[in-house]
Ligand binder design. Structure first.
Ligand code: XMP
Length: 480
């Protein structure tokens, strides 16, 4: 007979007890970790879901100081391209700039410019730079078959290796140019510095970047079929972290795959999820994971718990797993079930290092999918990766399913929310406020805060009550 040994708590079952405080919300430190080797400036990640994270979202998240996990409901080639788009988007020095040859056509150049959102391409012959082609050069060119050689700028201003960003800026200013190819003493192209990247650096000082100055990005992989090829392809384009994304990671199949992946890829971090028990953390730590992801069934679009009868309320799952994760020195991501910013503060106080968000980021400009109109309001689709629609598009292996599908998620509609940066601002603002109430200057101190269990009446009292809201604030959704 199954036995019961404890009560599981959800975020709504508790509040953080305000403590004596000498910290102001604006001064608290919300820096944290995503995985063993990847620090974050805010404790927020975007979910590996096909209505949440592709390259646009991942770029926006990394600029805000968090990170995006690009979903895998697409071909290996396309997912690698999405990762590459992020890695090329903003960098101090582009290490492997996309180049043209003298025989390339204007049509090819236009294709690259559009695909990678870039405005200029160096032209090389035998690795040596012989010209540069910018959007300006082809502005009035209508013949796509014309050779690049005919229209490129031949006199190229270059700089030697080890030119730093400030020196580069001076050269760009002096010559009134936008791109500065970096060359070695043989004239071989070694990199490219652009004014666009320098400007973006200033606009997003909180960005999360790798050692080459490129935005960081993570990619989801599964454990079946061609999962290892997918991992290899993502690693080859510079993904910072692989997230083995399954509905139940404390399984032989996932752990066997992890063992193999760990042996193969020692230059990237590997996070594994999802799990909800201490034993699961122990087993994954023994296999060398760089982070764990916690949550079975708390997600807004999940039906796992009601369909299968299995799961653990999210706050208890976080607190249990955190005990072992902390001792093992690996970060813990709380995945799913975050309804308001206050839940993020509770997840962090309960031991999470960061939270993964689906619903709260769904509907923003940067999510994949079109906006729809209904009764004059804009909406976007947000669907569970265990919904029939998403599983048919590729995610059935997340739920270890093959033929006739038993869904564990639903398809929903969420209001259009504008740019994700606005949403993140409100969410981080809420966390800062919570840390101010708790009197804790940083996330590690927040873990010493006290929870109080509350009743249904306490929860009712916590929300606006006995009034009619006539103006919707930006951080409280009255439809939720
Ligand atoms: P939120 O609450 O932020 O949750 O919308 C997002 C997380 O939910 C998980 N997920 C699912 N879980 N069925 C499930 O049981 C599903 O169809 C499903 N789709 C996503 C996932 O961990 C995600 O990050």
């Amino acid at each position: 007979m199954a036995n019961i040994d404890k009560i599981g708590l959800a975020f709504d079952d508790v509040l953080i007890v305000p403590g004596k405080s000498s910290v102001l919300p604006k001064d608290v430190d919300v820096k944290t970790k995503f995985s063993r080797h990847i620090p974050l400036n805010i404790p927020i990640l975007s979910a590996a879901m096909d209505t949440v994270t592709e390259s646009d979202m991942a770029i926006a998240m990394a600029r805000e100081g968090g990170i995006g996990v690009i979903h895998k409901n697409m071909s290996i080639e396309r997912q690698a391209e999405e990762v590459e788009r992020v890695k090329r988007y903003e960098s101090g020095i582009v290490q492997n700039p996309i180049t043209l040859s003298l025989h390339s056509t204007i049509g090819e150049a236009k294709k690259y410019m559009e695909k990678y959102n870039i405005s200029g391409l160096p032209v090389v012959k035998n690795k040596k730079i012989v010209g540069i082609l910018t959007k300006r050069d082809i502005l009035f060119e209508e013949n796509d078959n014309k050779k690049v050689e005919k229209v490129m700028t031949k006199k190229v201003i270059t700089a030697p290796e080890r030119t730093d960003i400030d020196e580069a800026l001076e050269i760009l200013k002096k010559h009134r140019i936008e791109k500065l190819p970096i060359v070695d003493d043989k004239g071989h192209l070694k990199g490219l510095i652009t004014i666009k990247d320098i400007t973006k650096r200033k606009l997003y000082p909180n960005s999360i970047k790798d050692e080459l100055g490129r935005l960081r990005v993570s990619g989801a992989i599964g454990v079946s079929g061609d999962a290892m090829d997918r991992a290899k392809a993502l690693v080859s384009v510079g993904v910072d972290c692989l997230v083995i994304d399954t509905a139940h990671a404390h399984t032989k199949k996932v752990m066997d795959f992890l063992k193999k992946a760990r042996d193969k890829f020692n230059t990237v971090d590997i996070i594994v999820g999802n799990i909800v028990t201490k034993d699961a953390v122990k087993d994954l730590v023994d296999l060398g994971v760089d982070g764990v992801k916690v949550g079975i069934g708390p997600g807004s679009i999940c039906t796992t718990r009601v369909i299968s009868g299995a799961g653990v309320p999210q706050l208890t799952a976080i607190m249990d797993c955190a005990e072992i994760a902390r001792k093992s020195g690996i970060p813990l991501i709380a995945d799913g079930g975050i309804k308001y910013s206050g839940d993020i503060t509770k997840a962090l106080a309960g031991g999470a290092d960061a939270v993964m968000l689906g619903a709260l980021l769904a509907g923003t400009e940067e999510t994949p999918g079109e906006t729809q109109f209904l009764e004059g309001r804009r909406f976007k689709v947000y669907r569970g990766m265990g919904s029939i629609d998403a599983m048919e598009a590729g995610s059935k292996d997340r739920y270890f399913q093959e033929d006739k599908l038993v869904p564990e998620g639903v398809v929903s509609r969420v209001p259009f929310r504008g740019p994700v940066s606005e949403v993140i601002y409100q969410l981080v603002g809420g966390v800062r406020s919570g840390m101010g109430y708790a009197g804790t200057p940083n996330i590690s101190a927040l873990r010493n805060a006290k929870f109080i269990r509350i009743t249904r009446q306490g929860l009712r009292e916590s929300h606006p009550h006995d009034i009619t809201i006539i103006k919707e604030p930006p951080n409280y959704d009255i439809t939720r």
